[in-house]
Structures are given as C-alpha cells and as structure tokens.
Design a binder for this molecule. Sequence first.
Ligand code: SF4
Ligand code: SF4
Length: 163
Amino acid sequence: MIKKLITKRKVIQFIIAFFIYEITIIYGFNFFYFLAIAIVLGSIMGKTFCRWMCPIGFVMEAITTIRGKDQKLGMYNYHKLGCPIAWIQGYLNKTSLLKIKRDPEKCVNCGLCDKTCYITALNKEFSLIKQLKKDPALSYKCSKCLDCIAVCPADSLSLTFEK
Ligand code: SF4
Ligand code: SF4
C-alpha cells in the first residue's frame, strides 16, 4: 500500500501543488494559514510539504531530474536550504509521531536504501542501516520522499508510529 502511494508521489504532489497555487494566487489564501497547517502536519509526519505538496518543490525536483547525474546533489542542496515551511517541518523530523523505522530482522543489508537516499549518498556520517551513524530520516534535510522505503526489497523500512 505505502509503496504504491510512493510511486504516485509526483502525481499527488502535482495535484496538491496546483490546488495550493490556485488558492494562493487567485484567492489570496494567507501564507500564515499554510504555516499553521505545516506545523500540524509536521508534528505528525515531519517534513512532508516539500516533496508531497509544494509547487516550487515540484518544479525544483523536475529541474534536478532533467540535470541527471547531479540530481542527488541538487536535491541535497535544495532541501538543505528550504523555506520557512521547510525549516519548521525539517526540525519536526526529530519529534514527529510517524518515523521511518527499520526492522533489522527483515533487513538483508543490501545497502540499496543508503545508495538511494540523497543524504546518505553524499554524507558518509549518515546511514539508514549502520547503527553508529546518524539517522538521515531524523535530519532536517530529510524531505520524506520515502524513496528509501520504496527501494527496500525486503520491506524492512516502514513509516511507523513511534511508541
Ligand atoms: S525519506 Fe528516506 S530517502 Fe528520502 S530523504 Fe528521508 S531518509 Fe532519505
Ligand atoms: S534496502 Fe532494506 S534490506 Fe536493503 S539494507 Fe536497506 S533496509 Fe536493509
């Protein structure tokens, strides 16, 4: 179910981003309402706005994808910078209710998750599987693209409510 949703992420983002664009530009929806919604969403799921809802994020991802080999670096730099919504939600990655968790009993240590994530691919101090390294999913820079979950062949990674 979650993997199917992740494969449709760009379509979902396009629809929500278009809606946000419309209500902002045409109807003048106040930016502070977005901030309030971002805080509530961020408390539950962390930094979800950038990769699932944001019109600018949608365009930036398209540009970095067209650039090909620099895609990971482009995403890394973009999500390092962010905007007020990204700053708030990024810092909520550490405390959000839903977190990316690995089941070590299912994990076959293939390393695909670390290769896929733009944070771990570019920063050797981060890893989704090595316990002594920092967890990229708790980092401010994690944009909850959930590509790590999508790529896991053993369904070891999942979005789980922290107990
Ligand atoms: S959701 Fe996973 S792949 Fe995406 S940035 Fe966060 S840790 Fe990396
Ligand atoms: S992709 Fe899944 S199975 Fe492979 S190392 Fe990562 S968590 Fe383990």
